[in-house]
Design a protein around this ligand. Structure first.
Ligand code: KIV
Length: 264
């Protein structure tokens, strides 16, 4: 089976084919998702909320991410595997290098960092040292207490322009993939069109180059809360494999997300 690489993802964007991604945290689900031909799996720091039951992602450690990355790696033959760098693990470039190296050594193909312009030198330093980087803009959950809650970002023109400017700067610094979370569909589409690299959205409308969901949201089993931008695929399929297949099919056919899962 041909492995998905960053070149595969770039080719999908160039051909106008959508990228389907899910979070994963263990070998069994990784295998199930991989067998349905998911393109990308993210070991997200969302594990703080969906595995540990916290209200935010801030207590997640590099060791937590390293452990779950190693688990996912064991269940994965084909998909591209990205690990989140948790809160404060990339506060300085030196911290970022050491912590990213640990995640790569545990099986990640790429690491994901939340934030804008302040990260450009860290990103170029990581890339120069052989570590591929995914950016994350919009509603960046590690900054939830700065935002005053999990709120849609980029609704005002000035804020939208700031996100676009940051995306361009991060691409110049060397990111090879970008996640846009909870921003208006029109802004996400504009950014996806402005960048050469693939852009994966969550709560960012159908105009991005791909979609990602937290696996527990996609199965409709998240403990307390179902975000507006998610869809319970288990409800209509009654089978985990069929649910994942339906999600991937919907993403590839641009049927998901619909306007009811998006923000303006
Ligand atoms: O932590 C996570 O699962 C994420 C996704 C929501 C993109 O960052």
């Amino acid at each position: 089976m041909k492995k998905v690489t960053i070149s595969t993802l770039l080719q999908l964007k160039q051909k106008g084919e959508k990228i389907a991604a899910l979070t994963a945290y263990d070998a069994s689900f990784a295998k199930l998702f991989d067998e349905q031909f998911i393109d990308v799996m993210l070991i997200g720091d969302s594990l703080g909320m969906v595995l540990k039951g916290d209200d935010d992602t801030l207590s997640v450690s590099v060791n937590d991410l390293a452990y779950h990355t190693a688990c996912v790696r064991k269940g994965t033959d084909r998909a591209f595997v990205i690990s989140d760098m948790p809160f404060m693990s990339y506060a300085t470039p030196e911290l970022a290098y050491a912590n990213a190296a640990k995640l790569m050594a545990n099986g990640a193909n790429m690491v994901k960092l939340e934030g804008g312009e302040w990260l450009t030198s860290t990103i170029s330093g990581l890339v120069e040292r052989g570590i591929p980087v995914c950016g994350h803009l919009g509603l960046t959950p590690q900054s939830v207490h700065v935002f005053g809650g999990f709120k849609v970002q980029g609704r005002e023109n000035e804020q939208a322009q700031k996100i676009l400017d940051a995306a361009i700067k991060l691409e110049k610094a060397g990111i090879q993939l970008l996640v846009l979370e909870c921003i208006p569909s029109s802004v996400a589409k504009l950014i996806s069109e402005a960048l050469t690299i693939p852009v994966i959205g969550i709560g960012a409308g159908v105009g991005t180059d791909g979609q990602i969901l937290v696996m527990h949201d996609m199965f409709g089993i998240s403990a307390n809360y179902m975000p507006k931008f998610s869809k319970n695929y288990l409800l209509e399929t009654n089978d985990m494999r069929a649910a994942v297949a339906a999600y991937i099919e919907d993403v590839k056919a641009s049927r998901f997300p619909g306007p009811e899962h998006s923000f303006e």
